[in-house]
Structure formats: structure tokens, C-alpha cells
Design a protein around this ligand. Structure first.
Ligand code: ATP
Ligand code: MG
Length: 214
């Protein structure tokens, strides 16, 4: 399986970060798994490294399903693809990827700081690096360090949790960041800050895959 270099006619010399060809997903539902829901049909696209790519679509269009297939969370029914030159589903790409899910799950009784330290631990980031990185990320997403130290996540508002979600997506300094509706739940200032973060990531040369509902 090779990503074609001619996937686009506007041909920058940069490598392809995401490439999928004819990706399809049919979910099986019902008690006997005998009902089929076609979620995505024949999706082909490519995203160049350093590109900010927006995937727009109405509710139920299959955006999150596509993202989950890119991340290896859901297996395609048909089609193939690569993430950072690695076949979809191969775990070796995970270290280089950041992901803000549509409905992030948090451990209610951890503080934001503890949660970020937990995620950093999954990436085997040393404690000395964590002590620098966590406050930097809290500043970036606009969460007070003192609150993050003290307050358990069950007491956070939706917008505050979205900011924690963004911070965890960036904890491993990923090459590519997948953001599933990052503006969701944010107030106007939060949306502005999220936009600034995305622009900052772009300046850093990161690839950004952004899902937006219309
Ligand atoms: N686990 C699942 N089992 C069965 N059907 C599913 C599952 N996940 C998604 N679907 C169906 O697949 C279709 C696409 O869902 P998906 O969540 O990918 O859409 P979306 O574009 O992300 O929508 P939204 O903008 O509301 O987030 C929908 O019809 C949905 O009901
Ligand atoms: Mg979705």
C-alpha cells in the first residue's frame, strides 16, 4: 500500500500526513448485530504535512467516524489509508499524534494537573519535563494554574473541560493534531483563544485536522 504522490494536482513538495482511499464504514447494530448503518462511503482525501485541514459537514455525515478510523479506534469496513506514512491501525503512529475527542472523558476526581500528569505518563514523559510542560499548556489554554492544582474535574464547567481536553491533546508535542469540534462549549473569549492556539500550532509547523459542523 503506497500513498500516491499525485493525490492532488496542487503539488507541494511536503510529504503527506494523512492519506485515505475509498474508506467506508458500515456499523453493525442490534442485539444480533444484524442491522447495518452505513456511516461513511468512499472517502478519499490527503492532507499535507504542515497543512491546516478543515473537514466540514452536517450532523451524522460521518466526520467523527472518519477521524476514529484515522486514529485506529474504529476499523474501516473497506478502503485503506496512512497516517504519517504508517498504515491505519498501526500503533506506532500514536506517539506522534494529538487528539481532542468530540466528547472527551475525564476522571472526575482528578484535578486538571493530575489528569495531565496521568496523560503525560502514558506518553512516558519524564517528571522533570512534565513540571515544565503542564504549566505551559495550562497557560496556553487559559486555565489558572492554582485552579488546575486544586479543583477536581467534576467541578469544571464544559468550557473549562474543553480547555483541559485541548491541553491533553498537546501534551506529547504531537506532529499532527486532530480536533473534533474544538469550539464546542466555549464562550466567545474561549473561541478566540482556541483560534489563537490553532494559529500558534500552525506557526509551529504542525499539521492540524479540524472537524467543524455546519
Ligand atoms: N458506534 C456506532 N454504531 C452505529 N452507528 C453509528 C456509530 N457511530 C456512528 N454511527 C452512525 O454513523 C453516522 C455518522 O456518525 P458520526 O458520529 O461519524 O457523524 P458526525 O459527522 O461526526 O456527526 P456530528 O456532527 O453530529 O458529530 C450516523 O448515522 C451515526 O448514527
Ligand atoms: Mg462528530
Amino acid at each position: 500500500m503506497e500513498a500516491p504522490s499525485t493525490a492532488r494536482t496542487t503539488a507541494p513538495t511536503r510529504p503527506i500526513a494523512v492519506w485515505v482511499s475509498n474508506l467506508c464504514k458500515v456499523y453493525r447494530t442490534g442485539f444480533w448485530l444484524n442491522q447495518k448503518v452505513e456511516s461513511l462511503r468512499g472517502c478519499s482525501l490527503s492532507v499535507w504535512e504542515g497543512e491546516t485541514f478543515g473537514l466540514l459537514g452536517p450532523n451524522g455525515a460521518g466526520k467523527t467516524t472518519l477521524l476514529k478510523m484515522l486514529l485506529g479506534i474504529v476499523r474501516p469496513t473497506q478502503g485503506e489509508g496512512q497516517l504519517l506514512g504508517i498504515p491505519l491501525g498501526d500503533r506506532s503512529s500514536k506517539q506522534r499524534v494529538g487528539y481532542l475527542p468530540e466528547n472527551p472523558y475525564f476522571y472526575d476526581y482528578l484535578t486538571a494537573w493530575e489528569f495531565l500528569a496521568f496523560v503525560a505518563g502514558l506518553f512516558e514523559i519524564p517528571a522533570s519535563q512534565q513540571r515544565q510542560r503542564i504549566p505551559q499548556l495550562l497557560d496556553l489554554v487559559g486555565l489558572a494554574r492554582s485552579t488546575a492544582r486544586k479543583k477536581p474535574l467534576r467541578q469544571y464547567s464544559k468550557g473549562m473541560l474543553q480547555r483541559v481536553g485541548m491541553a491533553q491533546a498537546l501534551i506529547n508535542d504531537p506532529e499532527i493534531v486532530f480536533l473534533d469540534e474544538p469550539m464546542s462549549g466555549l464562550d466567545p473569549m474561549g473561541r478566540y483563544q482556541m483560534r489563537q492556539i490553532i494559529l500558534w500550532l500552525k506557526e509551529q509547523g504542525k499539521t492540524i485536522f479540524l472537524i467543524v459542523t455546519f
